[in-house]
Structures are given as structure tokens and as C-alpha cells.
Write a protein that binds this ligand. Sequence first.
Ligand SMILES: Cc1ncc(COP(=O)(O)O)c(C=O)c1O
Length: 403
Amino acid sequence: MIDKNDVNNLAYFGGKKIFATPKSTSNLLQPDIEKFLGYSRVFFEHGQYTNNGPNIRLLEKRLADFHQTAFCVTFSSGFWALALAIRALAIDGRNEIIMPSLTYRRMADIASWVNLKPHFCEVESDTLAMSVATVEPCINENTALILGVHPIVNCADSNALVDLARQNNIPILFDSVESVYESTSAGKVGGQGDAECFSLHACKLFNGFGGGYLTTNDENLAFKLASMRTFGFLGADNVAIVGGMNAKLNEIHAAMTLASLDDIEDQVALNRERYYTYKTHLNSVMGVRLLEFDEEYQTGYKNIVIELTDEWPLNRELTIEILNAENILTRPYYYPPLHRKPMSYPYILVNLSITDSLAQRFVNLPCGQLVSNDDIVNIVTFMNFIATNAIEISEHQKKSGAK
Ligand SMILES: Cc1ncc(COP(=O)(O)O)c(C=O)c1O
């Protein structure tokens, strides 16, 4: 149990931290090392380290099977998977890309790489997801592509978004980085819209030491992207596809991802346990609402997000600082939203009052493979302690001059 029964003992005021090592919001999966070494031996003995080697070919086949799609193309990162897919899909001569503002912090940079202007859409206040109602008003004659980004917990209604895109003859690409294991009313995530993009960053469900991939049922698109990630080659020294670059995934990343893929069911079972531990214990904390996974669909239970409601007695910034000081690395959910970030490239600003309000309320709590159920009990007990002692903490903060 944690040893905090006096506000003076908070690490924020100089006391000992609850956790000696940080408990983070990153997944940080360490798959079975023997499996990783086994896959690594394959490429090592084969003497091929990149350029469509044996592990990349196996990984692309296995990821396509996993997502029930016809094709998978791997990339050096999720960022380049998205950038190249947007470039391949966007309607020529148009310059706007519709995306939510309450999303991944680098999403507008991706748009700028492909010379498109983000047209930020609202999200729904109950799901934090973009929807037909929030996207439709943003569609105009300049819309080159809809980027359907799923929120961190549960999915946007991809079926309805695809219908909207098709009715308007606009391509739709999904960023499903946080939804690897999920399904929606349209089926397993991976085969929806024109294509879907994923990341293999160590903080995601599959750890590839970094990397990314795209799934699609469109053969021409898969062929084009496989060429674009390899300089645009169509044959030896024949660079025939415009917009190519070096964005290949190499063999050691594929080996790590294959080992992660082998572990996926165990990992999801552990995530589920962690989620239920949070759910049971957070029930007793006033002013905290856990965003629940919609178990009607398949889910990977990866991320833990809470809302600090009006009953929570401390402001969010101070709450996060107090938790971080204890090595409970919490993060404000997608804050600031993209339209509130200083940007030197153009974007289209509409009224995003729901996004602005939501951006103040949510917090990502520690999760992933290095967080045990006992850690979770300690985290929640500590949250209860600071909520119960909020007045004393505020007074102590004023007196001590802590930030
Ligand atoms: C929603 C989302 N999209 C895209 C990315 C980019 O992925 P990568 O880090 O592999 O470039 C991230 C990374 O955190 C993300 O969270």
C-alpha cells in the first residue's frame, strides 16, 4: 500500500515518490525475447536487412490476415504511412483535408507535408469522436480527403463516415492508430474506407521499436504505396511514381512486430484485467468518470481515460502535476487541441466550442504492460487521498509557493 497520509508527504511538496520508476501511458510491450530473436535470426541468416526481406513479407501477410484485408503495406512510421496515403488518395486540385482538432498532436504537420490545409471539425461531446453531423458542414468544393481519426477509447462510426464520403465522392482514410484490435458495426478495423493507417511505436498496441503500416482492399493503392515508400521505384532504377521517398520498414522492426503479434491475445487479456481493476476502484472516487469501452464490439482495452467532472475538487493542471510528481505519468487528453497550437501554416478555423470545452476535462492514466494491478490500486488510492485533502493541498500550495 502507498505510504501517504499527510499532505506534507506529497512528492509535489518534496516528499518521496510513490513509484521509483515512472508508470506511463505508453504500452511498452516486451514480447517474448526468444520469439524476437527467432525472427531476427531469419533475416540475419538470410543476409537481408531491408527492401522487402523475409520478415517484412511475413509481417505484411500476417497483418493483412489480422485485419481481414487483402493488402498491408509497412512503413518506417505511422506518420509516413499517413502522409504517403493522403498524397496517394487526395483529390488533385483541391487543398483541404477534414480532420478533428481534438486528436494526435502532429496531425496538422502531416497535412502540411502534403500541402493540404486542415479543416478542423468538431467532435461529439459524448464519444469524443468525429461524426457525420460534425464532418458534413466542413465538406466543400475544396475538400480533397476526409481523415477519419478514431478517438483513444472506442471508435468513430466509420460506417456512417464512409457513406458520407461516398455520397460526396471524397476519399476517406482512417487513422486507426489507437484502434488496432477494435471492431465497429462495419466489422474489424482495417478494411474500412479507402485505407486505414496504424503505428508501431513502442507506446502502441504492437511494439515494432517504431514503424507503421496501412491496410486496404484496394490493390492499386497498395501497389502504389509500396512503390512510394521505396523512392517511387517501379523497377531497377526506374522511378516512375511521383511523391516517392525512403519510408521502408526494415527487418529488425518487422521481427519485433511479429513477436508482438504472437503475444497479442495475452496482451489484450492483461489490458482487460487492468481496465477492470481501474473500473472497480475508480467507482469510489468522487468527481472521476472512467470512459468505458463499448464491449458490444471487440476492443483491446489499451488506454485508460478519465473525465474530471465538476465534482473533482482540484483543477486539472494541478492534479496532473501532483500525480506526475509521484511518477504517475498522467497526460491531458489531446491538449491543446490542434487549432489552439501555434502554427505557421494555414488552416481553416471554425467554431470549435465543444472541442475547446472537452479539451479541458480528460486525462490519460497510466496503462500498458509495465503497470500492474497493484500499481493501479495504489494510483486510485492516491487519487482518493488528494481528492479528500484538496483544500489542505491548495492551502499548502499557496504557503509553500509550489507552482
Ligand atoms: C493517432 C495517431 N496517429 C498517428 C501517429 C503517428 O505515428 P508514428 O509515431 O508511428 O509516426 C500517432 C502517434 O502517436 C498517433 O497517436
